[in-house]
Design a binder for this molecule. Structure first.
Ligand code: WT7
Length: 573
């Protein structure tokens, strides 16, 4: 089944002819859209905020609509310039300099955005942390990156093991009644008192911008470093894929703790000068539909799990909201079921456009452009300026319809520049010269559409969040009752996958529901709620290789009732 593009709602699309754009495209031309093209002075925050604030016809446009159950605020581009200048001054006064790592660990709020852009204005590298992270997860990331400062809240600061982090000099707390002592600084008061003028730090386009930690199948999370030059692709995909125009009201539902919430929740919309909606608090169908209605959102970027949750809330609830402003809906993070695309068209009268990319790629790589015929279930085609391919395990490109490793020709602007403190891991992505290998398996059809098949490794995608099994297993075995643990992703109709743990108990422990719950809560409190196993099976032993590695592949085969494959390396005594 193919779905021909719907006629554009409200004018032409920014990309009307994909084939033509692909043939002619050159990234260098995009640079002309930025002020640094003429001035040679680079800073993401300048291009995203200050440039618009300097324009008489732009400065009073709302840049940020923020709401949650307590707050409801709007900030123009001029306001954003002022607030981010203030934040930059707060950081500068505390001695934060170009290249320092400044972490941001707080729930969504306007201050989160001021802090992130303020840190970028002084040339610091921002490390966003999802608010659900618990102490162990926070420590790993701050330690690995030798963070110099963190901005957090009274509620969350208890999860920052300050005394164990020698490099950490400043702990900014956003909130009322913060007492300054030792490393603790009162962010709110300092922000209020700071000067509104800041001399921005100009950087090199290859200087560090943001550090996102993400999971692989082995080891602790990897710090994926992106640089200011990523703006070229953030801007251009904002145009082509999100189809942003300057009068759009855009809502990306992702939290800035994840890359979607920064690349497409901060950079792409503001580089394109559009009004950006941020909704804080928890998900509910009412609050989400209410947000679309209240702000007359035109472009909406979300994720399959959220869309499936909205679908299961039923079609009736949609009728209580006026969603007529919507003109373009997109999805990212996990496979978008054809069923959800069909449902979207039925209830919203619009198609949901899939997009594929990764923390490492920094920006959208493969997608269903609004002007492209959609094949539901396919992720679409590579953006102009990006070449994709399917490789066999020796690095040879495979012909259409053969499943293999989804890879990308190196050299796009938003590509990560390193894995922090781990050059080996970074090199691991480039085992075949000229290619970045994604870790996903896919095939491409005769017409150049890409079809996602799964992960090549054991990485779990649960509710759109990427969880490394090793991290969960390591936490599980820290529990006094757990001897061994193996963790897999189990297919789930709403969350895509859920985390399922196989656990062998230590001598002297008996399986009880209380113990299983205790182990689950232990992981939740140690890492994060989304990393805690939703299902747990206790077994006497786990399948292991002779070298002692737990064979997740076998656990998965058990779970799915599949053949276990080659067990020749399994230790069976
Ligand atoms: C992994 C990357 C940057 C986007 C948010 C997730 C999976 C991503 C799709 C899609 C099927 C997808 C892949 C990828 N993924 N988009 N449209 N269809 N799978 O970023 O946490 O770095 O995860 O998410 O497996 O490798 P991430």
């Amino acid at each position: 089944m193919e779905l021909q593009p719907l006629p554009p709602k409200g004018g032409d699309h920014n990309l009307n002819n994909y084939e033509e754009a692909t043939q002619q495209f050159d990234w260098a031309e995009v640079e002309q859209a930025f002020s640094f093209y003429e001035t040679g002075k680079v800073n993401m925050a300048y291009e995203a905020i200050d440039r618009h604030a300097e324009k008489a016809d732009k400065k009073d446009q709302v840049a940020l609509y923020y709401s949650d159950d307590q707050r409801d605020e709007a900030y123009t581009f001029a306001d954003m310039k002022k607030m981010t200048d203030k934040a930059a001054n707060v950081f500068q006064e505390a001695g934060i300099e170009k290249g320092d790592r400044v972490f941001i660990f707080m729930p969504r709020s306007p201050e989160l955005y001021f802090a992130a852009l303020g840190a970028i204005k002084v040339g610091a590298i921002v490390g966003p942390l999802f608010e659900a992270f618990m102490e162990g997860a926070v420590r790993d990331r701050l330690e690995n990156s030798e963070a110099k400062a963190i901005v957090t809240t009274n509620d969350l600061v208890g999860r920052v093991p300050v005394s164990e982090l020698p490099a950490l000099e400043n702990v900014f707390i956003q909130g009322d009644d913060v007492k300054e002592e030792g490393k603790t600084l009162d962010f709110q008061t300092r922000l209020a008192q700071a000067s509104e003028n800041h001399a921005i730090t100009w950087v090199d386009r290859e200087d560090g911008l943001i550090l996102h930690y993400t999971s692989g199948s082995t080891g602790t999370p990897k710090g994926v470093l992106h640089v200011h030059a990523a703006m070229i692709q953030h801007y251009q995909t904002g145009k082509w894929v999100l189809d942003l125009k300057e009068d759009d009201v855009y809502w990306c539902t992702a939290d800035p703790g994840w890359v979607t919430g920064t690349s497409y929740g901060i950079f792409a919309p503001w580089l394109n000068g559009v009004t950006n909606v941020v909704r804080g608090g928890r998900f509910s169908p009412e609050s989400w539909y209410g947000t679309l209605e209240k702000y007359k959102v035109t472009v909406w970027y979300s994720a399959p799990t959220a869309l499936r949750m909205l679908a299961s809330a039923g079609d009736d609830i949609v009728k209580h909201y006026d969603l007529s402003s919507l003109r373009h809906i997109l999805s990212v993070g996990e496979p978008l079921n054809p069923e959800v695309v069909r449902w979207g068209e039925e209830v919203y009268g619009l198609r949901i456009h899939d997009s594929w990319w990764m923390t490492e790629t920094g920006a959208i790589m493969i997608t269903n452009f609004p002007s492209l015929t959609i094949k539901p279930g396919s992720m679409g085609k590579p953006i102009p300026g990006v070449e994709a391919g399917i490789l066999d395990d020796q690095g040879h490109e495979l012909p259409p319809n053969r499943m293999g490793n989804l890879a990308l020709r190196t050299g796009w602007p938003a590509m990560m520049r390193t894995i922090w403190n781990n050059e080996e891991k970074y090199k691991g992505y480039f085992e075949f010269p000229g290619w970045y290998v994604s870790g996903d398996s896919a095939y491409k059809d005769e017409e150049g559409y890409y079809w996602f098949q799964g992960r090549v490794d054991d990485v779990i995608l649960t509710a759109g969040e990427r969880v490394g099994p090793f991290e969960v297993e390591s936490k599980l075995v820290e529990h006094p009752a757990v001897g061994e643990a193996g963790v897999i992703g189990k297919p789930d109709p709403v969350r895509g996958e859920i985390i399922k743990a196989f656990v062998a108990l230590r001598e002297g422990y008996e399986e009880t529901d209380e113990l299983k719950e205790d182990i689950r809560v232990f992981v939740k409190n140690g890492l994060a709620a989304h990393a805690a196993p939703r299902e747990m099976v206790i077994r006497d032993t786990l399948p292991k290789t002779r070298s002692g590695k737990i064979m997740r592949r076998v656990l998965k085969a058990w779970e799915l009732d599949l053949p276990t494959g080659d067990l020749s390396t399994m230790d069976d005594d």
